[in-house]
Write a protein that binds this ligand. Sequence first.
Ligand SMILES: NC(=O)c1ccc[n+]([C@@H]2O[C@H](COP(=O)([O-])OP(=O)(O)OC[C@H]3O[C@@H](n4cnc5c(N)ncnc54)[C@H](O)[C@@H]3O)[C@@H](O)[C@H]2O)c1
Length: 255
Amino acid sequence: MSGLLAGKRLLVTGVITDASIAFSVAKLAQENGAQVVLTGYGRLSLVERIAKRLPEPAPVIELDVTSPEHLAGLADRVREHVDGLDGVVHSIGFAPASCLGGGFLDAPWEDVATALHVSTYSYKSLAMAALPLMQPGGAVVGLTFDATKAWPVYDWMGVAKAGLESASRYLAQHLGGRGIRSNLVAAGPLRTIAAKSIPGFEQFEQAWTERAPLGWSLTDAEPAARACLALLSDWFPATTGEIVHVDGGYHALGA
Ligand SMILES: NC(=O)c1ccc[n+]([C@@H]2O[C@H](COP(=O)([O-])OP(=O)(O)OC[C@H]3O[C@@H](n4cnc5c(N)ncnc54)[C@H](O)[C@@H]3O)[C@@H](O)[C@H]2O)c1
């Protein structure tokens, strides 16, 4: 098999529809020589149906990334399909409605805690659950939305992403000695289920389509997926704790 990820074995979380960023990552990874195992959350039969739309139907393992039981059993479940992992993709985010859409000042801690558990702490949890299968040269890649600024309506999800960006740097620090890299892709707005659950998301859509220097497609996750593949590949061997913006250049602009 040839391709950028020839021979690599990947665990890809976060597929729920074919618009999911994770779906584009899984598809492109298979097209570039990787063997892909998916994890699904909640609606497993839906994820299995979507998995059949990949170039190679991929096995789906159930994973609620906040479940200690699921995390503890993950490596054994993955071993049923592949004998190790070269890469792990974290494409998971969730915040209760109170945390998004302008409710920053009122969101209760229990809801914020859920957002941080699913969207931030889970990055470390997933990496540690997969670690027994990984070797030097392996990579963990996650998806963020530029957390260096306060955006309209993103509220506690923005805080969760700031934490994710920090967690990725700490993971880079703690797993560097084992030869494992941790990097994030900061994607521009894409019309996925997660995005549609943010009231006022249209503001991002409008800003990006009007202002991104390279222009921006709200429905094409392939540019973000390509960056994930690059970071999972052997072409960034000395890069860790990094954030690559795949946003049409929006982050580079001033007000
Ligand atoms: N869509 C965007 O505009 C955008 C931009 C930048 C970054 N991101 C990030 O990309 C990642 C993927 O999101 P997406 O936009 O593809 O949306 P999506 O809705 O397709 O994917 C989100 C995934 O998170 C999973 N998930 C939620 N709670 C979970 C849990 N407890 N355990 C395991 N999985 C769980 C869902 O099942 C779903 O598959 C998220 O981290 C998101 O914040 C999205």
